[in-house]
Design a protein around this ligand. Structure first.
Ligand code: DX5
Ligand code: ZN
Length: 216
């Protein structure tokens, strides 16, 4: 299991130090939540901030776009140093066109689905995806409760990925903690995003180590 701490829950007054801290704590991937106050009812940061933080670590930057028109900003996030870009199938952008913009920049493309979205919507694109992000809370805020029902989507997608002989990864995001991560691991999840469980813990390194150990 790869652990991707969500910087949404970090201390933004020392954003760079927080990245360094979780890098040294054993984080596999840096999960960066971009929100526009329109697709979700919250605002965070954009490409200029990510660009300034890029050299804080060598770990991959996993940029989760919770914005209404992702296609307009793909080049900005690619320029900022994103390694993976996830955008939502529920956004207003054309999925094929937005994937093509990501592919053209050599960035790893991912599609994200909200809890109310059926996993079938990603099937036409599955062969092109580095990853599918299955939301296990409604996007917008950290600290919400994990939705175990979403594991049916993980099982469904893993089966399809296996049958097609693909190596597409499944990431889950929302409510991952000591009491929920084993459920995700059992369902076959490859990457767990964890915000509160890492940044709310007294020691990030111990929290990351413990989360990984609970996956068996
Ligand atoms: C929610 C974000 C998540 C969030 C997870 O919209 O996409 O990445 O930070 O936070 P926790 O782990 O606290 O649920
Ligand atoms: Zn996220």
């Amino acid at each position: 299991m790869l652990i991707a701490p969500s910087l949404l829950s970090c201390d933004f007054s020392v954003f760079r130090d927080e990245i360094v801290r979780i890098d040294q704590g054993g984080a596999d991937i840096m999960h960066l939540d971009v929100m526009d106050g329109h697709f979700v009812p919250n605002l965070t940061f954009g490409a200029p901030v990510i660009k300034k933080l890029r050299n804080a670590t060598d770990k991959p930057f996993d940029v989760h776009l919770m914005i209404s028109e992702p296609h307009r900003y793909i080049n900005d996030f690619a320029d900022a140093g994103a390694d993976i870009i996830s955008f939502h199938t529920e956004s207003d952008s054309d999925i094929d066109e937005t994937l093509r913009l990501i592919e053209a920049r050599g960035v790893k493309p991912a599609l994200a689905i909200k809890p109310g979205t059926a996993p079938e919507v990603v099937l036409p694109y599955l062969d092109r995806l580095y990853m599918v992000l299955v939301m296990t809370v409604e996007p917008g805020f950290g600290g919400q409760s994990f939705m175990p029902d979403m594991m049916d989507k993980v099982t469904f997608l893993k089966k399809e990925i296996g049958e097609r002989g693909l190596s597409t990864l499944i990431e889950v995001d929302g409510g991952i903690a000591k009491d929920t991560i084993a459920t995700a691991a059992k369902a076959g999840v490859d990457i767990c995003v964890a915000g509160t469980a890492v940044f709310g813990a007294p020691n990030a390194k111990e929290a990351i180590t413990e989360l990984r150990a609970l996956c068996g």
